[in-house]
Every structure is written in C-alpha cells, then in structure tokens.
Design a protein around this ligand. Structure first.
Ligand SMILES: [Zn+2]
Length: 236
C-alpha cells in the first residue's frame, strides 16, 4: 500500500499497466487535483441495495465541467470501457475495487445492508456471466472503512447476513448484551474467497475511518456533518 494525503493505493492494483485507481481521503475531491487520471467520473446515487450499473457507452448527462455523470440509483458499477473512472463514495462503508484481465473493472459500495444482500457475490456473478471472467483471475482491493473494533452493531445486523458468511469469534464477536463487534471487511474477504478468488488476489487497506478519523470521514463519528471519500478505478 502506498500512502498519500489525497489517496491510498492497493499494491495488487497499482502493478497493473492498463489500470489507475485510488482510495480517497477527507483531503481528496472527485477532480484531477486529487486523481490526476480522472477525466470523466461515473458515480451513483448509492442506496444500500444491490443494483449493478454496467456502463457501456460514455455519455455526460450533466454537461458540467467537472465531468461527473451519475448512473442513477445503485451500489455497483461495472465497465469494460477505457477512460471512465468508476467512483464509490464512503464514510465507514467498505469501498471495493475489482479488476479482471479482460479487462473489466468494478467499483462496489459495501455497507452492511448491501453486503448482507450479497452485492459482492452478485457483482462477481455478473462479471462471470456477462464478461466471462474467471474468479480466480479477479483482483479485489478493499479500502479504508470502519474496523472490527469500532463497528458496534445490534443483533439485527448479524441476523441480516447469510449464516455461511458470518462466523462468531472469527468475523464478529459478542461484546455485551445484544451488542456485537463486526469486521465487515473480514466478512467480505471470506465471501470473495468462497467465490473463487485467490487470497493473494485480495488486499485489505488496513485503515479505519474511526481510528484514523484525522485522515478519513466517518459517519459514525461525524453524523450528518460527515463528508464522503471518493475511491476511483479506471482502465487506461
Ligand atoms: Zn477502528
């Protein structure tokens, strides 16, 4: 992992020739100052669901100079097109960036609701079906998010996950009456491994939005005042 004030990068994605990516911080903006590679950004109106938008044609509906197009409501973006930077915005949720050597890329917003609805499985299955990728060739980087020590949840969150993904004393722990600590990135890593990704192709950027709040926005700490960090991935 490379450190910077405006963006962090995953080693497994930064070695790829035809790919640019970065996980933003509270100091970055969706512009070329923060992400020099990003000419045209595709974002979503994230709704904690599991709808996937596959971007097959470049179009700039907003016509503004910042060149940010919104794909509509959804929580995963996919494209095989070059020069389109797929964006995911987070402040505690997990930004997941995916790459397969077709090439095809994806940016996924994994909060607990979309994760419990298995948005990562749906995205990987979509890539298999529509782009014929092999999960064993897929690379995944999980960005800064609330860590397993900071993420206190109630039983309704634990119960929302499929039983096979959630493992007591492995990726969640009971801490008090009806209180649990959930390591969402550990759950997602296990899900990706079960989908056939090699553990060596999954990288977690081990920074917590609460523990490292000076560098990242956290919804849990800052509530409505919290901004969002943008994370981008783009084929060149
Ligand atoms: Zn933490």
């Amino acid at each position: 992992m490379k450190y910077g004030k405006k963006q962090l990068q995953a080693g497994i994605l930064s070695k790829i020739d035809n790919l640019k990516h970065g996980f933003g911080t509270r100091y970055s903006r969706p512009d070329r100052k923060s992400f020099p590679f990003a000419e045209h950004i595709i974002a979503m109106e994230q709704v904690h669901g599991c709808k996937i938008h596959d971007i097959k044609a470049e179009k700039n509906e907003t016509g503004n100079n910042r060149q940010i197009t919104t794909a509509g409501q959804g929580d995963a973006l996919v494209t095989g097109l070059k020069k389109l930077a797929l964006a995911v915005k987070t402040a505690d949720c997990v930004p997941v960036l995916l790459y397969a050597d077709l090439p095809v890329i994806s940016a996924v917003h994994c909060g607990w609701r979309s994760s419990a609805a298995r948005i990562l499985s749906k995205t990987v299955t979509y890539l298999q079906k529509h782009y014929k990728i092999k999960p064993g060739k897929l690379r995944a980087a999980l960005g800064p998010a609330i860590c397993g020590s900071c993420f206190t949840v109630g039983p309704e969150v634990i119960k929302a996950f499929p039983q096979k993904l959630i493992k007591k004393n492995v990726n969640y722990f009971k801490t008090d009456y009806n209180k649990y600590k959930l390591d969402l990135r550990a759950v997602l890593k296990q899900e990706l491994a079960e989908l056939g990704l090699s553990p060596s192709n999954i990288e977690i950027i081990n920074r917590c939005t609460v523990c490292h709040n000076q560098l990242f926005f956290s919804y849990r700490l800052e509530k409505e005042k919290a901004g969002r960090q943008w994370s981008l991935i783009m084929l060149t």
